[in-house]
Design a protein around this ligand. Structure first.
Ligand code: SF4
Ligand code: SF4
Length: 420
């Protein structure tokens, strides 16, 4: 596609990349077939091709408008379009560049800005999020049901992921890996992280959770606070670096959305002279836990039992972002579980970070569509690989929704008990 970047952006270090992505798009429209927002809204400007057009117009010098920003905001960032695109257009990266520059030129409505600020100041901080969720649990009966369903649970007691160094013992520990517990996951579903630690322990691998590692930065990035996101990234790199130098073999993140973010640290910090090199190393070490456990031979170590009927919801960040498919499914089947057929498995559930809070109507439609597909094979439980999808689906699902790591860890009888 012919592109002329406006001279006002010429000193922007990301413009050569944006220009090359724009030029790669041949306007064929294949991507529209798999775009969830286009499928629901049927508007070209709610499709990848339409949004690429809007970003091109803006970077070419056309004034930013709130209307254009709204079309970009309605994008889930699911990257199904990247998987479909025959020209390899890196739409997700273009969206980040285009939307962040547009946000610098125009101001969002006050209520929108306030909501975004509130999310940024609470969700990535477990010490603030936990008491808020506990309070919400206490006053739950007085909260309107529609809002109550959006609030994740806060787990209390000893099962909380401790903010300290720790390792699960398991035979002769031949190597160590770093594990990121994350922010929402460490508060709402700490058992997922414990399950990963235990599974690693059975393989003789030591899981290390540095005390100071925290939010991956994805939420801030998606809410238009790029520098705040990069601060979270630098903070995690500093927390991990001594362990990387000591030989940590991988960085595993149970939440695929956070895992994708860590995989892309190199991209986001490449203009930072102090961190670019370290970020490249960190990105190279980031691995999906499913693929890692499979490569380490976990499948042959699992006892085959008469398992559960499971519908696997592959998060967009896993299948379109990290481009991992089949690893979780292989592990679940190796443990004796049966996977049900899930139609349209490429589609987003509508969670997409803060999307379910910022675009509730569209998110609700996408979730209902997804649950219809996921339950069509009459599963006993839905498994997924991302905390956001898990909580979002659970709020409306007729069957329980769990992280696959927890389902893999427990024996079948315990599984059924824990679902009831
Ligand atoms: S993003 Fe890819 S699939 Fe979509 S219009 Fe451009 S070239 Fe075609
Ligand atoms: S990222 Fe998802 S919602 Fe956004 S344009 Fe691509 S397919 Fe559509």
């Amino acid at each position: 596609m012919q592109t002329h970047i406006d001279p006002s952006f010429q000193s922007d270090p990301d413009m050569p990349e944006a220009e090359s992505i724009l030029r790669a798009c041949v306007h064929c429209g294949f991507c529209t077939a798999t775009c969830p927002t286009y499928q629901v809204l049927g508007d070209e400007l709610e499709s990848p091709r339409g949004r690429i057009y809007l970003i091109r117009e803006f970077l070419s010098g056309h004034p930013a408008t709130l209307k254009s920003l709204e079309h970009l905001d309605r994008c889930l960032g699911c990257r199904a379009c990247e998987t479909t695109c025959p020209s390899g257009v890196r739409y997700g990266r273009l969206l980040e560049i285009g939307r962040s520059r547009m946000e610098q030129k125009i101001s969002r409505p006050v209520a929108d800005r306030a909501k975004r600020l509130l999310l940024r100041k609470t969700v990535p901080h477990p010490a603030r999020l936990r008491p808020l969720l506990k309070l919400a649990g206490t006053v739950g009966p007085w909260i309107p049901p529609a809002l109550r369903k959006k609030i994740p649970p806060a787990v209390s007691g000893p099962s909380l992921v401790p903010r300290r160094e720790r390792a699960v013992e398991g035979g002769a520990q031949k190597q160590q890996v770093l594990v990121l517990a994350g922010c929402v996951q460490s508060v709402s579903t700490p058992a997922t992280v414990t399950a990963l630690e235990t599974l690693l322990g059975t393989l003789g691998i030591r899981a290390v959770l540095p005390e100071t590692a925290g939010c991956c930065g994805a939420l801030s990035l998606h809410l238009g606070a790029g520098e705040e996101a990069r601060e979270f990234m630098r903070h995690n790199i500093d927390a991990w670096w001594p362990h990387v130098e000591a030989g940590a073999g991988a960085i595993l993140v149970p939440a695929s959305g956070c895992g994708l973010m860590v995989r892309e640290y190199a991209e986001h910090l490449r203009h930072d002279p102090a961190y670019a090199q370290k970020a490249a190393t960190i990105s190279g070490l980031a691995q999906d836990p499913g693929r890692y456990l499979l490569e380490q031979g976990l499948a042959s170590r699992l006892e085959k039992l008469t398992g559960l009927r499971i519908a696997f919801h592959a998060p967009c960040t896993l299948q379109h972002g990290l481009k991992v498919s089949g690893a979780v499914e292989t592990l679940l089947e190796s443990a004796g579980h049966t996977l049900t057929h899930v139609p349209d498995s490429h589609l987003c559930c509508g969670s997409a970070g803060a999307y379910s809070l910022l675009q509730p109507e569209l998110s609700h439609i996408l979730r209902q569509n997804r649950i219809g597909c996921l339950t069509s094979g009459t599963p006993e439980v839905i498994a997924t690989a991302n905390i956001g999808c898990q909580l979002h689906l659970q709020a409306a699902s007729p069957v329980p929704v769990r992280h696959w790591l927890e389902l893999l860890l427990q024996e079948t009888a315990e599984n059924r008990e824990s679902l009831s």
